[in-house]
Design a protein around this ligand. Structure first.
Ligand code: UDP
Length: 330
């Protein structure tokens, strides 16, 4: 029996592979290496280079490896990019997810865990936002993920497939043992960008929007350590294999930080006072989004171990330094 991890060569997927391999699970990674790296896949896993939308390949993989659970990370994740290229996002995130779900049903795979996002809420009226809040994504990225949640809910009503959709808030940090981290070149995510600025990999960074209706005018987000997120998936897998019902759960700490607070943390932890420019808003950004996290704690018994902004930043910085020595690998 094995577990198929799509997008396992990517940032979050590679941490999931580490958690599964550390727990002694057999892991098959399916990744088209469009943004991931073969070297990021732990050697205890089997890496298959290919696309989630390739029905023939996926059907063969599910059969060949007797896959009992699919953890589906593969997809596109940049909000402003989705505004510029909506159809690309609907293809990668929605159409290919549909193909994967269909293959799971066809092969009789009983368990499915899906990487959803806080972007399904849009700009929530309540904060912290609970799972049953109104869903009104502000970007094609959020819509593309919500459509997959809807497909899963309908499929689970019609077929013997149970699923957990995890709505990630802002994922950051790196494996505390230094085995993986955010490695994407030209990354756009705040903590990564600020770490690059702190280490002199970029001359300055920008704050996108200082006129939001928040305490300091910059956007507020709930940052979750990538290893705590991988643990949430482990708990979701256990839930499903114990016979637990399909569910949708937020993954965050219920603690918000503004963009300026995050930048302060990176300056504090790195000891570097890098240049910060105040710029215009970025399209598709909600002002404030913080997770209600009581449901995942109660239903899965999930307990974060790294819920501290400085710790997240310290791990991100450590990885950013290490990346230099990894340069030149594929
Ligand atoms: N942000 C910023 N400068 C950057 C990158 C991000 O001011 O170089 C802001 C962005 O506008 C948003 C927040 O930081 O308000 C988090 O953005 P990120 O891209 O990290 O994640 P998202 O919330 O879009 O998934």
């Amino acid at each position: 029996m094995s577990i198929l991890v799509t997008g396992g060569a990517g940032y979050i997927g590679s941490h999931m592979v580490l958690a599964l391999a550390d727990a002694g699970e057999r892991v098959v990674v399916l990744d088209n290496l469009s943004t991931g790296f073969a070297w990021a896949v732990d050697p205890r896993a089997t890496l298959v280079e290919g696309d989630t939308g390739d029905d023939t390949l996926v059907a063969w993989l599910l059969r060949e490896h007797a896959v009992q659970a699919i953890i589906h990370f593969a997809g596109s994740i940049v909000v402003p990019e989705s505004v510029a290229d909506p159809l690309g996002y609907y293809l990668n995130n929605t159409v290919k997810s549909r193909a994967l779900i269909a293959a799971a049903v066809e092969a009789g795979v009983p368990h499915f865990i899906f990487s959803s996002t806080a972007a399904v809420y849009g700009n929530p009226a309540v904060t912290p936002v609970p799972e049953d809040a109104d869903l009104s994504p502000m970007s094609p990225y959020g819509s593309s993920k919500l459509m997959t949640e809807i497909m899963l809910a309908d499929t689970a009503r019609a077929h013997p497939l149970r699923y957990v959709a995890l709505r990630y808030f802002n994922v950051a940090g790196a494996d505390p043992a230094g085995r993986s981290g955010q490695s994407t070149p030209r990354a756009t995510h705040l903590i990564k960008v600020a770490c690059e600025a702190a280490l002199g990999k970029r001359p300055y960074m920008e704050v996108f929007g200082t006129d939001y209706p928040t305490s300091d005018g910059t956007c507020i987000r709930d940052y979750i350590h990538v290893s705590d997120l991988a643990e949430a998936h482990m708990a979701a897998l256990e839930h499903l294999t114990r016979g637990g019902a399909s569910t949708v759960l937020n993954c965050g700490y219920s603690q918000g930080y503004s963009v300026l607070q995050v930048i302060e943390a990176v300056k504090r932890v790195s000891g570097v006072d890098f240049e910060v420019r105040l710029s215009a808003r970025r399209p598709g950004d909600p002002a404030s989004i913080v997770a209600a996290s009581d449901r995942i704690r109660a239903d899965l018994g999930w307990m974060p171990h790294h819920a501290d902004l400085d710790r997240i930043v310290a791990h991100a910085l450590e990885w950013e330094r290490k990346l230099e020595s990894l340069k030149g690998r594929n």
